[in-house]
Write a protein that binds this ligand. Structure first.
Ligand SMILES: [Zn+2]
Ligand SMILES: [Zn+2]
Length: 389
């Protein structure tokens, strides 16, 4: 039995708002039709309040993944507040506990207590943590966050509802603005961001750590402003990116990069490729070892020796390639402003490192393939007997 006290304000709002949003928008569209402004207000507020949560509450305030100008912080607090997911002091405190105690009893939205609990059930109850900011003293001291907590309700009403209503009024549809940019948007953004606590701890792959339930799903990133790469995020929480490859859909990462370009964000934390590779190899090694635990000791020992050697080779090949890429990039950067006499030597060096980069890249790919073959062989241990004997 759950002995936490019910938070009636949250419970009533979270129950009534979705029903009201569906009925009222339905009735509104039936009577007044749809206007392009409704869509524009919805989409703009969807982006702004979503970024307030993911780029602001989450990656900046909770994880300190980057620093930014106070005006940007204020923007995050105003529009993040308008997402109605509580003020940042409590949101970020709870989120830091989620990372520290993930899946344990103390995790505020532990998936181990069920999908519904992790998604929304936990919000129906008083946390019992009140003003305890042991995990977030830095935020508790921050005057901007204290300001947001003090004026939370006016922020919600003004930024979350009055602002879209006022924009809607420009085309004679204030109630349309209120509905699409306010009520309907709040419900949708809430449930999409709640999915990070539920779906992202439930379905997907775990390439970087199997020590917790957080999972990577590329498709979830499309609904969560890029936060679908949750296994990576739990392993490297201080990284400003969740989707680390350029083709990973992570609009929050692009938003932060945009702020950097404008000079409004700095000190973006980005984990080095070698650490990321290490985490991946560690995870695969753990899975392989679990598989080998059931094999004859002699065979397991022999496999372990081969795995260790392949891993060492792979890491060495990766380092060689990364170093060459760095050297080549340096040479390219210093290409201009050289004396004509030194130019030929310089061009030769540059060409040399270009070739080396490609060569080491191929060597890395080969080492990767060797490792992958070995891992695949280990994973088939029980179905095909002893493949490498
Ligand atoms: Zn999580
Ligand atoms: Zn996080």
């Amino acid at each position: 039995m759950n002995d936490q006290k019910i938070n009636w304000v949250n419970t009533i709002f979270l129950t009534v708002a979705p029903v009201a949003a569906v009925i009222l928008t339905g009735v509104y569209i039936y009577n007044y039709g749809l206007h392009w402004m409704d869509g524009l207000i919805f989409f703009t507020m969807y982006i702004l309040t979503g970024m307030g949560i993911t780029a602001g509450y989450h990656r900046h305030f909770s994880h300190r993944a980057y620093d930014c100008h106070w005006t940007v912080r204020l923007f995050f607090l105003l529009f993040g507040g308008a997402a109605i997911q509580n003020h940042a002091l409590h949101w970020c405190r709870d989120h830091r506990i989620h990372h520290q105690k993930v899946d344990k009893d103390e995790d505020p939205y532990a998936i181990t207590k069920g999908f519904f609990w992790a998604h929304i059930g936990w919000v129906f109850y008083e946390s019992g943590r009140d003003e305890d900011y042991t995990v977030s003293p830095d935020l508790a001291r921050d005057p901007l966050l204290r300001f947001q907590k003090k004026f939370y309700l006016p922020i919600v009403l003004l930024v979350g509802f009055a602002l879209p209503a006022a924009v809607g009024a420009l085309v004679g549809r204030p109630f349309g603005g209120f509905l699409f940019g306010g009520l309907l948007r709040v419900v949708i953004v809430q449930h999409l961001t709640f999915c990070i606590n539920s779906v992202a701890h439930y379905v997907g792959k775990r390439p970087y750590s199997i020590d917790n339930t957080a999972r990577d799903s590329w498709w979830l990133a499309y609904f969560t402003y890029g936060e679908g790469y949750h296994n990576y995020h739990h392993r490297f929480a201080a990284d400003y990116r969740n989707g680390i490859r350029w083709y990973h859909f992570d609009p929050t990462k692009w938003f932060i990069l945009g702020l950097k370009r404008l000079g409004l964000a700095w000190r973006l934390t980005e984990y080095r490729e070698e650490h990321i590779l290490k985490a991946k190899l560690e995870t695969q090694m753990k899975l392989a070892q679990a598989k080998m635990a059931g094999a004859p000791v002699e065979l397991a020992d022999r496999l372990q020796v081969r795995l260790d050697a392949a891993r060492e080779q792979l890491e060495a090949a990766h380092k060689q390639w990364e170093d060459a890429k760095e050297r080549y990039a340096e040479l390219k950067r210093s290409a201009s402003g050289r004396l004509a006499t030194a130019k030929a030597d310089f061009e030769a060096a540059r060409y040399e490192w270009k070739l080396r980069t490609r060569q080491y890249g191929f060597q890395f790919q080969a080492a990767q393939a060797r490792w992958a073959l070995l891992i695949a062989a280990v994973s088939r241990l029980h179905t095909h007997g002893a493949p490498l004997a």
